[in-house]
Design a protein around this ligand. Sequence first.
Ligand SMILES: C[S@@+](CC[C@H](N)C(=O)[O-])C[C@H]1O[C@@H](n2cnc3c(N)ncnc32)[C@H](O)[C@@H]1O
Length: 295
Amino acid sequence: MICDYEGSDYQSRFWKNADRSYEDAVERVAIRRLLPRTGRRVIEFGAGFGRLAELYTGYEQIVLLDYSRSLLEEGMQKWGSDPRFTFVAADIYNLPFVSGVLSAATMVRVIHHIADVPAALRRIREALAPGSSFVLEFANKRNVKAMARHTFGRQSWSPYAAEPVEFVKLNFDFHPRWMLDQVQQAGFSVQRKLSASYLRIGLLKRILPLRTMVAIDAVLQRTAGLGLFSPSVFLQMNTQGSTPTDQSALAGDAIFRSPRSGLPLRRAGDVLVCDGDGTRWRAHGNFYDFKEPVS
Ligand SMILES: C[S@@+](CC[C@H](N)C(=O)[O-])C[C@H]1O[C@@H](n2cnc3c(N)ncnc32)[C@H](O)[C@@H]1O
């Protein structure tokens, strides 16, 4: 089951018309700290409208992947004319990439919509080359606010229980211990952790200047080693194995394979054709649609 953002007003409602400059700024601080600045091919899984895209411009190729075509189209309005960008409409559970073709990845504010975390992490791991960096943000159920609400009987679920809590349909919070187990089982080794957004409190946002909030958060992010109690946690992981894949051998359409069968694709006008499984996928300019095959 997929949390479908098709046609949603996510950009205007959640970011532009809401007071979330603090969250946006501290997420950028965390990604700048964790993601290598430069490299061959970076992808953001669940990139939405490309809010964080400028953080990737040190890379030779930037892939923004999302299940929502309409959000990707919003991203294309800003970044579509930059030849480094590729936009991919696809489902994280059915990725259309040749194994090991990606050299770095991020996923921010997305895994809380993923019901089958092990399956999604396996797919992501497979698409990344050995030695790649993967920066994952997840919503932490064992955060200070949840612990206080639980203590005072204002929240039925325990923030200390390891299993994920689905507080609204297809919206999950995760215990750090549980998430660390999942990423390790999927073949990632955790290098660094950051605790972000401790100051996500309406009153503080009203009284403190944004710059002060971000400066305090930047310090608090580094307390992750003492325990993860922030609402948002960033992990920087490496894929195990030390021999990087030769990324330059694959370019253009050659990075893709059929998400149905994993078999190769060939270009025929504005479609990619899979002779092996008979599917055809829309490919127009730098926009590729792997949500459903065309007839
Ligand atoms: C809360 S938004 C975050 C967008 C972006 N990462 C950001 O932080 O601005 C969640 C995004 O995840 C995408 N998403 C959810 N489930 C997905 C799936 N199975 N495959 C691909 N994208 C998915 C949604 O379409 C949506 O754009």
